[in-house]
Design a protein around this ligand. Sequence first.
Ligand SMILES: NC(=O)C1=CN([C@@H]2O[C@H](COP(=O)(O)OP(=O)(O)OC[C@H]3O[C@@H](n4cnc5c(N)ncnc54)[C@H](O)[C@@H]3O)[C@@H](O)[C@H]2O)C=CC1
Length: 512
Amino acid sequence: MVFMRFCTLVRCQHRSMSVVSKVTPQVQQPLNYVNGKRKDGSDDESFNLIQPATGDEVREVRSSGKSDIDEAVCKARDAYKSWSQMSGFDRGNVLKEAANIIRKREEELARTEVFDTGKPIWEARYDIRGCADTIDYYGGLAARITGEFLPLSNGSFSYTIREPLGVVGGIGAWNYPFQMAAWKSSPALACGNTFVFKPSPLTPLTAVMLGEIYKEAGLPDGCYNVLQGEAKTGTLLSNHSGIDKMSFTGSVPTGSKIMEMCAKDIKHITLELGGKSPCIIFEDAVIDNAVTGAMLANFLTQGQVCSNGTRVFVHKKILGQFLDKLILRTKKMKIGDPNLEDVTVGATISMEQAEKTLYYVDLAKKEGAQVACGGERVTPSDPTLKGGYYISPCVLTECKDNMTVVKEEVFGSVMSVLSFDTETEVITRANDTEFGLAGGIFTRDLSRAHRVAGALQAGSLYVNNYNVYPVGVPFGGYKKSGIGRENGPETLDYYTQVKSVYFEMGDAEAPF
Ligand SMILES: NC(=O)C1=CN([C@@H]2O[C@H](COP(=O)(O)OP(=O)(O)OC[C@H]3O[C@@H](n4cnc5c(N)ncnc54)[C@H](O)[C@@H]3O)[C@@H](O)[C@H]2O)C=CC1
């Protein structure tokens, strides 16, 4: 369904002119956002911003050091005093207005996201639209953050109050930069918290734009702040005593370090981490739909999606048929300038990530897998793209469960196809991983779909589709894939704490 929507977008908005060199005006501006204003970081360290599509070094970004973090946290703490006292309805109105502004500025935001990430423009538009929906959704829920009344014996009673936590720190990865800023900040703000966010150093641009949008929508200065930087800045933020909760999206090793840092002060945490999810295709699946699903499960955003179903288990009876169609369609994917409407494979985020992806393909070959297609660096004919990191989407066959590529998260367009015989066998193999983020089930048998969904150990399961994130549907991981949920109503529980107030209507009784 989602893919059909993508196709419609591609057809409606087709233009052939390359716009990759169009540098967004956001790039050269200061990239920290503190107390409602852009400013530069003041640390002695800095990092280079590189445009994935061209490989060009665009600018140097100064990192945020201790004094920048102290200032942002202090401003967020000041802003918390009044923001947390506003009614949920009033806070919600600010968020709803921000969603409206995002919808009006969709194209500019999407182009900036393409500049930062290298993902195709139609995907970036889809992401931005989804973020507007998420912010709108939490805007709507803000007035419904209420407590409960509990009648007790002899007229006594209790009531509960859901209170914000204070200042929330956020740290994001680079694959969905605007989405991470939106998915974390909007529920945090709806609940009455204030927010300090460190985006990935690879994608610093759109989180700052979100700050300006919030301000235009009426968010008081200091409620939403952005600090640029690398691991050092993230460590300072996670360790800061003025932060009450950390919400992190990224790899398992970094998530584990952040959890350790938070443990010291018993800070609340949400962790959205990596995955190695299964996508199971039963013998009664509609093959064309299963092929579409497997491609959605592997090739969006150049394969750099945490929930990707990279272990594609196909029933032996339909393996040949499935592979023929899959390989044909994968080979037709168009690689090139991510700003062009008909391109379906943009640039990998960085040279390092591209090399990592190619390393896994190489290792898979050495361990006995066959490359059915792709898995190579591609240099587009447009000379401006020569320095970009383009990789052809790869389908590996003859895969076995113990191969490195089948066990570890690649975070690139590499699909491992495995075959299976029985439902019991495939469930055991699908669950044989330390991760538990997502999974796909392709079948026409409703009973089987429910049975397998119940048996798979993962936070998000898709039946006859993959990688769809409608607003309101909670997203998060089992096992090492994380703690907490985003994008759903449950998320509000992770940004609030419950106070119980007991009222005695008689006299206190004691045996002393
Ligand atoms: N479950 C989910 O929702 C998602 C999970 N991911 C996961 O993210 C990973 C890819 O993203 P990367 O940016 O490469 O992950 P990463 O873990 O290297 O970095 C993520 C963020 O943490 C910061 N960071 C790195 N070391 C730090 C430290 N010691 N202390 C504090 N902050 C630190 C980075 O600067 C960046 O902002 C993959 O494993 C992917 O599965 C990505 C997107 C969504």
